[in-house]
Design a protein around this ligand. Structure first.
Ligand code: BGC
Length: 490
């Protein structure tokens, strides 16, 4: 029953007064393990900067710093109609985007499909067939009885891929809980194009891109202060524009040193060696039990896919190691199921507006079949705040590291992803962390502002496809494999 009970006061301090000592001790214990103070944030950023550099070097490192073959930003004159396919961690989206004559404007038509859970651990063939089904449905629905030929496609494939060319990409490893055999280590474009060819779909993959690169380009299309594109969602990552001269691993290409090239950092892999991140025992279990142990260390502490699981493990730990402290004599079987809670569970707790935590109480009962009393609810609320705050503060470290590395004092950062758009207080907590890391004086406004991005995986993919075709037309075919097919699209 919503609507009963006093509304919450802005401060939570008073609400802790009725909590028994042993629960207060537990809260304190959680605060100790999940709090990342300013000093630690700075340490993380210092190491992050070194790791970004290492990723650009010939030897490479944990963070792949993938070269994307996206040379510079759009100028607003890009035009044409493009398909965009967005394969994220949760949904698949097909879009048709018309970049119109007005500078920086576009029209978009789109359909969204939920990626079935079983597909994520199924076979490669099932994956490509499913994607082709979605594309086919979209085209049949929106272009019934039309004679179509040569539709250029920007394919947003949001996983780490090594690209020797923009229309090519070897999957380095699956992330975000995907575990499809036979795809890692191979170019994903040929099997994808093969299913399209078999169905007679007149589509040509013009650019394979990452969601962060798309976010960077789409955001810069409408705001020239945008210097970084970020995703804080099921997974985490960022892209920014680097000078060719600062990328030793492509020195052999002899590009003019000031050539701008977008780098897809893939910094979810930051600190896979576990040097600096303040991991808890829960983070260690998540990694151990994941399909890819030892990988995506930073992502596993900050991304939406894992927040609910961190929370579940922490609660279960209290129940199992401190019998009687919470949920005495209750059936905790639902809480035992891995990944039974997602980030929206924590969001809902943090959003509970009632002083008596009535919505949180209903949520626990509905989802976990657990009846909690007020003091237990207070602990659960604090735990959600701590995990959400830790994610936001650590997320700010990646942005701060790129800004520091590039000597960017002021800029806008385009951000997207479910955690950024939906998780309460994520933006304010991240902004506060940036202030602490970058030492802005109290009386100064934020210099680096993380703000909602344009649709990177749709519009960004279309723009990158447009930029690629423009290059081909101008005879600049660096990083393009299938020039002849591209020429037919122009
Ligand atoms: C992937 C990145 C992607 C990020 C956000 C990570 O798991 O490796 O490619 O940009 O998630 O979607």
């Amino acid at each position: 029953m919503v609507g009963i009970g006093p509304r919450r006061r802005p401060s939570r301090k008073g609400s802790m007064t009725d909590i028994p000592k042993n629960l207060l001790d537990q809260i304190k214990e959680f605060e100790d393990v999940f709090t990342v103070d300013r000093q630690k944030l700075k340490e993380v950023v210092a190491h992050f900067i070194k790791e970004l550099e290492k990723g650009l070097s010939v030897e490479g490192g944990n963070i792949p710093m993938n070269v994307t073959w996206v040379f510079g930003f759009p100028n607003g004159d890009e035009q044409g109609t493009f398909l965009a396919l967005d394969m994220g961690g949760t949904n698949l989206r097909v879009c048709e985007i018309e970049l119109t004559e007005e500078r920086g404007e576009f029209d978009i038509t789109q359909s969204k499909y939920r990626i079935p859970e079983e597909l994520k651990t199924g076979t490669a063939e099932e994956l490509w067939e499913y994607i082709a089904d979605c594309l086919q449905q979209f085209i049949e629905y929106h272009h019934e009885n039309e004679e179509l030929s040569n539709l250029p496609l920007g394919f947003t494939f949001s996983y780490p891929a090594t690209q020797e060319y923009i229309d090519h990409g070897v999957l380095q490893r699956w992330t975000k809980g995907f575990d499809i055999e036979g795809v890692e280590g191979k170019d994903v474009v040929p099997p994808f194009e093969e299913v399209l060819r078999k169905r007679g779909l007149p589509i040509k993959t013009t650019a394979l891109i990452n969601d962060t690169t798309g976010t960077l380009i789409a955001s810069a299309y409408t705001d020239s202060d945008m210097k970084i594109g970020c995703i804080f969602g099921t997974g985490v990552n960022a892209a920014y524009m680097e000078d060719a001269g600062s990328i030793p691993k492509i020195a052999h290409l002899n590009l003019p040193p000031d050539t701008p090239i977008a780098i897809n950092c893939e910094y979810g892999a930051f600190d896979n060696e576990h040097v600096v991140l303040p991991r808890t025992k829960y983070d260690i279990v998540i990694d151990r039990d994941s399909p890819r142990p030892g990988q995506q260390a930073f992502e596993k502490m900050t991304a939406g896919l894992y927040l609910g699981e961190i929370y579940r493990l922490a609660l279960l730990d209290v129940i199992e190691t401190k019998p009687g402290l919470i949920c005495e004599k209750q059936d905790v079987s639902k809480l035992r199921k891995p990944y039974s809670l997602d980030a929206s569970f924590l969001s809902a707790i943090e959003e509970d507006p009632f002083e008596n935590l009535q919505e949180t109480q209903e949520l626990f009962e509905r989802v976990l079949n657990l009846k909690l009393v007020k003091s237990e609810l207070e602990m659960c609320r604090r735990l959600a705040e701590l995990i959400g705050t830790r994610a936001a503060r650590l997320s700010a470290c990646g942005v701060a590291a790129i800004c520091t590395k590039k000597n960017i004092e002021r800029c806008h950062v385009g951000a997207d992803g479910s955690v950024f758009t939906k998780y309460p207080h994520f933006k304010a907590r991240g902004a506060q962390a940036l202030r602490e890391i970058l030492d802005w004086p109290d009386n100064e406004k934020d210099k680096v502002v993380i703000m909602p991005a344009e649709d990177g995986s749709g519009v960004g993919a279309a723009l990158i496809a447009a930029l690629t075709l423009k290059r081909v037309k101008e005879g600049n075919v660096a990083g393009i494999r299938d020039k002849n097919s591209m020429l037919k699209l122009i």
